[in-house]
Every structure is written in structure tokens, then in C-alpha cells.
Design a binder for this molecule. Structure first.
Ligand SMILES: C[S@@+](CC[C@H](N)C(=O)[O-])C[C@H]1O[C@@H](n2cnc3c(N)ncnc32)[C@H](O)[C@@H]1O
Length: 342
């Protein structure tokens, strides 16, 4: 599986060694069209001149800019979206976007080396990623948290997860004490969080000193049609946004590893629902140094049912495009001779 790593430990100077098709933070090229060659790419962590160049134009704290619709980047809409999607999630959705070999690649930087580690899997859903975690960690030490009881019901049916703690909860407001876990894992959930920075701040809080967060999530497309559907559906962060969220939360040694389905041959222009694995280490005990205002979305607040339904339907329709993309890429992979770009 092609993959590459970006970390936030060194300086921007190393960027000049990256191939053109690879990760570059200049202008819009940073998402690239294909995976770069394997390698470690770094950039400045502090607010230096270099870091300023790489800051995205939109404010990180404005998590859902008005210009981007993101119909399902809401807790209520995501809840109902998964009410139905949970029925086909493991068998129809995952095989196109999130395969077992991708999962193993993505979990590798989480460094799950000890069976006694305390691990929380946030937005753990049907437990597909948890199945990867319990290969290295005892299930009794793993908690699966999700806001969808329908998704969790599927996780409960899995024999290998029988000993896991399975709880309902919100990624932006975790029911764990500060300095609780050795590892925080979250795969494919950030795209639904109205305030991703708040979720990453929570990841920091619940980890012990020296603990590691591993967040796996989508990457933003560069192809116009894919961009349109991605923006209508949910949050597809840019790679530098992930890094900035981690750094703002207080994480050190922030690294980003690119992942993707094998049959994409490294193509990233359509975006990827599972496109990168971002890790960071908590350097000090206690809460994150980052201060945030009130929550972006108050689920207790009544919403206009018509607006809610319209968002749910339009978001689901936009999401349907991303059921077709992996099929299209698979057909291209089958028809274009090996070694040629697709
Ligand atoms: C694409 S699924 C990923 C499931 C699982 N991690 C996996 O790897 O297959 C996204 C999950 O995130 C959950 N989710 C979305 N927003 C959430 C939130 N604010 N708090 C907790 N879970 C959330 C959804 O209910 C859903 O189960």
C-alpha cells in the first residue's frame, strides 16, 4: 500500500525534496493527484514565517464556512444518516473505501504495541476499526464510543468485540476523565463533527501524558465534480488543516500518513473518505492549552424539521456519488495496463 508521512517536527526546507506529484503545501498542490513516493516530509511547527504560508485561507475555528454546504456535518443529520447506513455499512460501504489492509496501514502509526494499553475508539461505529485494534490490545481495555446506537448494535454482535466497553457518546464531549487513555483512535468520524477542533482538543484531554492520538479521516478532492459533491456532503479536511488542528490542541510530533484503496493506484484527485492517518503525542498531563467558545451545535436546540429533512436528503444524495467513485476507479484499474497512470 502506497503511503507517505508528514510530520510537524522539522522545517519547511525539506519540502523542496518532495516530488511534484507528492505532498507540497504550496498553493493548491498540497493534495496532489497521486501518492508521493514513500518518505518523511516535515514542516515548521511554530508560528514561523513558513507556518504562516501554509495556513489555510479559511479560519480553522470557522468549522463550517457558509460557502460550503456540508449537509451532513451536523450531529442530528449524522445520527439519522447512520440510522439507515448502518444496515449496509459493513458490507456495502466499507469495501469501497476502508479495507482491512488500509486499516492496518492506518493503525500502524498508532503504535499499539502493548496488550494492556487503554484505548478509546471514538466514532467506532460497527467496530470495523476496533477489530484492527483488538489484534494488538486486549478487548477488555478498549472502549468503543459512538453517537449512533444503530451502529453500536452492529459492533455488539461481533464476537471479537464481546469484551469491549461499548457506549453512546459525543466525540466533542467525551465521557472519559482527563489523562485516562494510552491511545485515542478515531476512524472516519471527524467528517461529521460540526467542530473538528473541539473533537481533537477532547482527544488531547483524555490521553495520558505520552499517550498518542491516531485520527483517520478523509482528504479533500481537487477534481471539480468530486469537490462539489464532497462539499455538499460533509467535511473533507485538507491535510494541513489536520496538522494545524493537532498542533493547536497541543500535540507534539504530529505526523500525517497518506492511505488509500489499492486499486486507486495512488490517485487522490477525487478525495478519499479514508485518506490519511494523523498522529500526535500528548506532551503534558492535563487539559489542552487551547481555549474554545461554546459548542458549534447544540443538539438539544429544536431544528426546523423541513430544513433538517432537506439537509438529510441532499446530503445523502451527495454521498451517493462517493459510492460510485470507488467503482469507477476499480473499472479504470481493471482496464488501464498496470504501471500506467489512471
Ligand atoms: C464512517 S463511520 C466510521 C465507523 C468506524 N470507525 C469504522 O472505522 O468503520 C462514522 C461513525 O462516526 C459516528 N459519529 C459521527 N458523529 C459523531 C459524534 N459527534 N460523536 C460520536 N460519533 C459520531 C457515526 O455515528 C458513525 O458510526
Amino acid at each position: 500500500m502506497a503511503s507517505s508521512i508528514v510530520n510537524g517536527a522539522d522545517t519547511l526546507k525539506l519540502i523542496s525534496t518532495i516530488p511534484r506529484s507528492g505532498l507540497s503545501f504550496h498553493g493548491s498542490e498540497f493534495t496532489g493527484n497521486r501518492f508521493p513516493y514513500k518518505g518523511l516530509v516535515s514542516y515548521a511547527r511554530k508560528a514561523t514565517h513558513a507556518a504562516k504560508i501554509m495556513a489555510p485561507k479559511c479560519s480553522i475555528s470557522s468549522s463550517r464556512p457558509a460557502a460550503q454546504l456540508r449537509f451532513i456535518q451536523h450531529k442530528k443529520e449524522a445520527f439519522w444518516f447512520y440510522r439507515f447506513l448502518s444496515i449496509v455499512y459493513d458490507h456495502v460501504i466499507n469495501p469501497g473505501h476502508w479495507t482491512e489492509d488500509m486499516r492496518d496501514e492506518a493503525l500502524e502509526p498508532a503504535d499499539l504495541y502493548d496488550r494492556n494499553m487503554i484505548v478509546v475508539d471514538v466514532g467506532g461505529g460497527t467496530g470495523f476499526t476496533t477489530l484492527g485494534i483488538v489484534k494488538s490490545v486486549d478487548a477488555k481495555n478498549v472502549t468503543i464510543l459512538d453517537q449512533s446506537p444503530h451502529q453500536l448494535a452492529r459492533a455488539k454482535q461481533k464476537e471479537a468485540l464481546k469484551e469491549c466497553k461499548i457506549i453512546e457518546g459525543d466525540a466533542e464531549d467525551l465521557p472519559f476523565p482527563t489523562d485516562y487513555a494510552d491511545r485515542y483512535v478515531s476512524a472516519g468520524s471527524i467528517e461529521y463533527w460540526p467542530d473538528p477542533q473541539r473533537g481533537i482538543k477532547e482527544a488531547y484531554r483524555v490521553l495520558k501524558i505520552g499517550g498518542k492520538a491516531c485520527l483517520i479521516g478523509p482528504v479533500y478532492p481537487t477534481y471539480w465534480l468530486s469537490r462539489f459533491f464532497a462539499d455538499a456532503w460533509m467535511l473533507f479536511p485538507k491535510e494541513e488543516e489536520y496538522i494545524e488542528w493537532f498542533q493547536k490542541a497541543g500535540f507534539k510530533d504530529v505526523q500525517l500518513k497518506r492511505i488509500g484503496p489499492k486499486w486507486y493506484r495512488g490517485v487522490r484527485r477525487h478525495g478519499l473518505i479514508m485518506g490519511c492517518s494523523v498522529t500526535g503525542v500528548k506532551p503534558m498531563s492535563g487539559d489542552s492549552p487551547l481555549q474554545l467558545g461554546p459548542k458549534e451545535e447544540d443538539v438539544e436546540k429544536p431544528v426546523n424539521p423541513f430544513v433538517f429533512l432537506l439537509r438529510l436528503i441532499l446530503g445523502a444524495l451527495a454521498g451517493a456519488y462517493y459510492v460510485l467513485v470507488p467503482i469507477y476507479m476499480w473499472l479504470k484499474d481493471q482496464s488501464v495496463p498496470k504501471g500506467r497512470p489512471i
